[in-house]
Design a protein around this ligand. Structure first.
Ligand SMILES: Nc1ncnc2c1ncn2[C@@H]1O[C@H](COP(=O)(O)OP(=O)(O)OP(=O)(O)O)[C@@H](O)[C@H]1O
Length: 443
């Protein structure tokens, strides 16, 4: 009888093969162990924060990173020229090698616009140094996924650092937000709706000064006081379970300063403006409701020319739903009532024809303050005159106002007249007949 075990044991070919299998298996176990060990170490030692491109902080963080890049170059430049290699080392250690360009435009106080190019980290991994800590930035694009709102490829930026430094992330987010806000300091951002979200429209504009819009005596101060009072009384509303919102309706003839005043009000409060056109194609009740709920903080919501979208004739407004926008009258009322919102909401509406508005739209709770901005009064004419020609022109202003007595002139027409005669107050008076010809007397 053959002893099988001794046959295998004595067979050199077999034992060598068996040995190899053993070594292979051992290596695989080791490899897996090493991978697991590395994963475990990574989990224990590293923390990361992922910021998807649809999040508001995404652009803030990219902007902030680009500023850090610029600062690093400056720091590197301060190193003495004899130590060029040190400068190179600093720069090559912390500056991304693959950058993407982001072009921004800035409006200066004199109205001119300049272009600014900034380098933001491009796709891939980069390391930067912040407050004594190394942080890895990994910017990735997923070409297969599209952000439906912006139709842009979906991207993420992931910051990774040692877990003992995890608190640095909130500091970075805070700094990035402050940096982004500081870029718009002294400016008013106009937002328009883009699908279900608000997007900045054009460049942030220089704030309009409140005293550049001349309303009748006490009107401007009255509105500003009311809004300020509202803003500072959130707790009061909360304690009484009253929705924290306030609606204003500015009504009056064209060119009386309704829109300009809202811009100046936003400037005065340091707020931005979200402009919504109710007649916009594709706007539905749901979208309107959603937009009013997600308006950026510290913003005024402006619904311009509400009479164009809805008027007394409900029949017509229902037809409207099919012809242009799909917002129904009841949808608008619901959105204004802002069912579950406890956030501050300031809604301003403008119209040239208050008489065409359905009383349900302008009842208290939806419109709390109604202000008539009419054609220029004697007070406004004098104020605008002295604002254009200086405080020394008060006597001429009286004369000019007298000449316009009995005529209906809008403040926009007055502004136009003063712009034509901007350098000469007397010419403005001598040519008052050209203004009277334009007036609304016979209309
Ligand atoms: N009361 C005012 N004080 C200073 N400027 C004014 C005033 N009213 C109008 N203007 C000037 O006239 C122009 C048009 O004003 P604005 O668009 O604010 O009027 P509006 O009442 O909103 O008009 P519409 O009803 O046609 O929308 C702006 O350039 C603005 O500066």
């Amino acid at each position: 009888m053959v002893d099988i075990s001794s046959f295998f044991a004595d067979n050199p070919l077999f034992s060598a093969g068996f040995g190899l299998i053993g070594v292979g298996a051992g290596l695989a176990v080791l490899r897996q162990g090493a991978r697991r060990g590395a994963d475990l170490m990574k989990r224990q030692l590293l923390v990361s924060m992922e910021i998807p491109s649809h999040d508001k902080s995404y652009q803030w963080v990219l902007g902030w990173l680009s500023r850090r890049g610029a600062e690093t170059i400056k720091t590197a430049d301060t190193v003495s020229r004899d130590m060029t290699w040190v400068r190179r080392r600093i720069a090559s250690a912390v500056l991304p090698r693959h950058v993407a360009v982001q072009t921004s435009y800035k409006q200066h106080d004199n109205g001119s616009v300049s272009t600014d190019f900034t380098m933001v980290p491009g796709q891939g991994k980069h390391i930067f140094f912040y407050r004594g800590i190394f942080i890895q930035v990994d910017r990735q694009r997923n070409a297969k996924m599209i952000d439906i709102q912006s139709a842009a490829p979906f991207e993420t930026v992931t910051l990774t650092t040692l877990s003992r430094d995890r608190r640095v992330f909130s500091r970075i987010l805070e700094e990035a937000r402050e940096y982004a806000l500081a870029q718009n300091e002294g400016r008013t951002v106009l937002y328009t709706s883009f699908g279900p979200e608000w997007r900045p429209f054009g460049l942030p504009r220089k704030r309009r000064l409140l005293d550049s819009v001349i309303l009748d005596k006490g009107v401007s101060a009255g509105i500003v006081d009311d809004v300020r009072d509202f803003i500072s009384n959130g707790k009061w509303y909360d304690e009484r379970g009253i929705p924290y919102r306030r609606g204003y309706l500015l009504y009056g003839p064209p060119g009386s300063g309704k829109t300009s005043f809202i811009q100046a009000l936003a400037g005065e409060l340091g707020y931005n403006i979200c402009i919504l056109n109710l007649s916009e194609r594709g706007l539905t009740d749901d979208r309107l409701n959603h937009l009013l709920t997600v308006a950026p903080e510290r913003s005024l919501i402006l619904l311009e020319d509400v009479d164009a979208a809805f008027n007394r004739n409900r029949q017509q407004s229902e037809q409207n739903a099919y012809q242009q926008s799909m917002v129904t009258f009841s949808g608008l009322l619901n959105a204004l009532d802002g069912v579950a919102s406890s956030d501050e909401r300031i809604i301003l509406m403008t119209t040239n024809h208050i008489e065409r508005l359905d009383p349900a739209l302008i009842r208290p709770g939806r419109v709390d303050v109604k202000v008539f901005l009419g054609n220029a009064t004697g007070f406004q004419i004098r104020q605008m005159f002295t604002r254009f020609y200086g405080p020394g022109s008060a006597d001429l202003a009286d004369r000019f106002a007298k000449m316009l007595e009995g005529h209906t002139v809008s403040t926009a027409q007055l502004q136009g007249h003063f712009v034509v005669h901007k350098k000469d107050a007397m010419a403005s008076i001598d040519n008052v007949h050209s203004l009277i010809e334009l007036t609304n007397d016979s209309k």
